[in-house]
Design a protein around this ligand. Structure first.
Ligand code: NAP
Length: 299
């Protein structure tokens, strides 16, 4: 008879919009009550009932000790410096969290026979094509994307899986952590008019829809790259318009164009083809309007 593996599943980076969505979507239940442990600098509010250990991933010694203590059978590595401007301001910190801690984890996982699932982003692409499948070469335009590519490479080299996600939807989690839909609705409610690109396209999704795919990956044996994204491709302005419409809030968000953008380069079109996840994980890209309606009901 096959022996049950009672080692826990370790989750990092659950304190933001992704972690809130995975909790709300029922990741615990999808993992069929497998033991889990969360690690991070602060206990994520959305996971208050789950075991949590303090760990700042900048501290390599602490991270190594934590892995030895917890002895996870699988690790969902979602911790990141996930804002593009923060990564430009602190490139070394981004490299430590996005890449070096993953290198360390990869070596440990290989040695101990643990699964590694690395959460990445559509921002590893330059956005010049109108659709990216899992095999397309990456070409990041900024430090956030470059640090994620290095993290992906470390995860893949150690026999792990990489999951690239799109722009995320969801409620506000903290002052700086908020879903793209909620940010637009809150601004409208406060009478603030945002300037939003009409020619920058994304396939946004509520991470609650990713629960089954992540549960499957954490408990399965799949390796390589997977894309999870929404079914609809919309501009930043359209997303705000749809989110405000779903919430029944009038807005005066203004249309702007990437052609007039003076800041750091931004990928214009990020549409992830999720064909592999559909085929191998049973993932169904969620409909944007339905997701927005459900999220606005929940708020
Ligand atoms: N938000 C999006 O639209 C989006 C899109 C595509 C991909 N992603 C990816 O999805 C993942 C989660 O994103 P998110 O937006 O939900 O995250 P977020 O709000 O930026 O939160 C980052 C998470 O990483 C943890 N973290 C950061 N530095 C850490 C450190 N030094 N030590 C320990 N933990 C640390 C934070 O924990 P503490 O609070 O404990 O510091 C927090 O839980 C990231 O890998 C991101 O790249 C996000």
């Amino acid at each position: 008879m096959e022996q049950k593996d009672n080692r826990p599943i370790l989750l990092t980076g659950m304190g933001g919009v992704l972690g809130e969505g995975l909790s709300r979507g029922g990741l615990l239940a999808a993992l069929q009550d497998a033991p889990i442990v969360l690690a991070g600098r602060t206990r994520p509010a959305a996971w208050s009932g789950s075991p949590w250990v303090e760990c700042d991933l900048r501290d390599a010694t602490r991270w190594a000790r934590l892995l030895e203590q917890v002895q996870p059978r699988a690790v969902l590595y979602a911790a990141a410096l996930a804002r593009i401007d923060d990564c430009e301001a602190s490139p070394e910190l981004a490299l430590r969290v996005q890449h070096e801690a993953v290198q360390q984890l990869g070596a440990w996982s290989q040695q101990e026979g643990a699964r590694l699932i690395y959460v990445s982003t559509d921002q590893v692409f330059d956005g010049l094509l109108h659709g990216y499948d899992e095999s397309q070469p990456v070409r990041p335009l900024h430090h956030y994307g470059r640090s994620k590519v290095l993290g992906e490479q470390s995860a893949l080299a150690s026999g792990g899986a990489v999951v690239r996600l799109p722009l995320l939807l969801g409620p506000r989690v903290s002052e700086r952590q908020v879903g793209a839909d909620t940010a637009a609705v809150e601004a409208a409610l406060a009478g603030r008019s945002l300037q939003l690109f009409v020619d920058e396209f994304r396939a946004p999704a509520d991470p609650a829809h990713f629960v089954d795919a992540f549960a499957r990956l954490l408990q399965g044996a799949e390796v390589g790259v997977f894309h999870l994204a929404g079914a609809d491709w919309v501009s930043r302005w359209e997303l705000a318009d749809l989110a405000c419409g779903a919430a029944g809030v009038a807005h005066e968000h203004r249309r702007s164009s990437l052609k007039d953008w003076q800041g750091d380069p931004r990928p214009p079109h990020l549409a992830l083809s999720c064909a592999r996840a559909v085929r191998e994980l049973g993932f169904q890209p969620p409909d944007l309007r339905q997701s927005l309606a459900r999220l606005s009901e929940a708020h």
